[in-house]
Design a protein around this ligand. Structure first.
Ligand SMILES: Cc1ncc(COP(=O)(O)O)c(C=O)c1O
Length: 369
């Protein structure tokens, strides 16, 4: 066998798996002459709400906007106010935090557990204050971060529960899909996500009919009737082409997820190397968006794989509290979060990979150091 190049993520191959149907769907939109707020969006909203198991799905421009719209929506409904505190994992992607601060709310960062990489539910309660109004869960890497304990905390303290489901389409918890576990959930359909569009796209799912109505209006200039503006809104809409593509790909999401999980299982079972720690927090219910390993010498492993033509990505190199945009928190210390950001490396793990490629990645990791 010659030298293989294995990209971290191969969007061309992923979308080629359903190329004919995707092309047909896009062509149908082009030919319809109707590009926004039409039938393709309505159909996808219906299909995705049914998939997640919520009464409503309201599509929008991207995942960051979906997060902003949920919190803006509850502010318009008087359930959140400027300065209210939101519990959120310290090791999330920056978008979760950006959405909170953009709404004038205050993120309260909570350390994850090193064995799951998800928010540590045993330390949430000590971070609550009289200003805490909500918990924002992030199902990072495809792993469900909801627990019975978190549900009890929200109930006991009357907190809203939000889910950032950008990385966990199709994940389950107790027989329900993530995205249906709290008051509202944000979804990103960025091309590299498990359910990925051909550009930016996002959605809010919720059972709360009032919230759904406000989110729909705010995402459309604050208008629910043409030229009547109830809110100082945004323009954040999913276009018809993205909706048509996503409706095709949604039909394959569960089987794509099954393939990603099988690859992750193979890595879990075969990668046993000193200095490389797999984090196999998976059960039948989780999905795999990212396959993380924690390494003692990340640069060395990354270079070793790169020399063998294998692409990797770091999720993420700098935690939110150490970013320049949040200089007011740069002095804070979150040792577990910081150690994850120093040690994390993501291996290729997507549904279009062949068995030979998966074996090559695992073999290459085993030969490291
Ligand atoms: C956890 C998380 N939240 C939010 C987002 C934001 O989504 P988008 O890129 O669609 O704005 C992303 C992905 O980019 C994400 O990974």
């Amino acid at each position: 066998m010659g030298t293989m190049t294995i990209k971290y993520l191969d969007l061309k191959r992923i979308n080629d798996m359903h190329a004919d149907e995707i092309r047909q769907a896009v062509t149908a939109v082009i030919d319809s002459g109707w590009y926004l707020q039409g039938e393709a969006v309505s159909r996808f909203e219906h299909d995705y709400a049914a998939f997640v198991g919520t009464r409503h799905c309201v599509t929008c421009g991207n995942g960051l906007d979906a997060l902003r719209l949920i919190m803006r929506g509850y502010m318009e409904l008087g359930k959140l106010s400027q300065g209210d505190e939101v519990i959120v994992p310290a090791n999330t992607y920056i978008a979760t935090i950006l959405a909170i601060t953009d709404c004038g709310l205050v993120p309260v960062l909570v350390e994850p557990r090193i064995d799951t990489l998800l928010i540590d539910d045993s330390i949430i309660e000590e971070r609550l204050s009289p200003k805490t109004r909500a918990v924002m869960l992030v199902h990072l890497y495809g792993r469900c971060s909801m627990t019975a304990r978190i549900a009890a905390i929200c109930r006991r303290h009357g907190l809203l529960l939000f889910e950032d489901n950008a990385q966990a389409h199709g994940c389950m918890f107790g027989g329900r899909r993530t995205g249906s576990l709290g008051n509202a959930a944000a979804h990103s359909f960025y091309p590299g996500k498990n359910l990925g569009a051909l550009g930016d796209a996002g959605a809010v799912t919720t059972d709360d009919s009032q919230l759904a109505e406000v989110v729909r209006a705010v995402a459309n200039y604050g208008s629910s009737r043409k030229y009547v503006f109830d809110y100082q809104g945004l323009n954040s809409r999913m276009d018809e082409i993205q909706a048509a593509v996503l409706a095709v790909k949604l039909r394959y999401l569960d089987s794509d997820n099954a393939r990603r999980k099988a690859i992750a299982q193979y890595y879990d079972d075969t990668i046993r190397v000193d200095g490389v720690c797999t984090v196999p927090f998976r059960n039948a219910d989780n999905v795999v968006h990212i396959y993380p390993v924690l390494c003692d010498d990340r640069d060395a492993l990354r270079e070793h794989l790169s020399n063998r033509g294998i692409g990797t990505v770091i999720h993420y190199p700098i935690p939110p509290h150490r970013q320049r945009c949040y200089s007011q928190w740069n002095h804070l210390s979150f040792p577990i979060t910081e150690s994850i950001h120093l040690r994390e490396l993501s291996l290729p793990c997507h549904q279009a990979m062949t068995d030979a490629e998966v074996e090559s990645v695992a073999d290459a990791v085993k030969q490291a150091y």
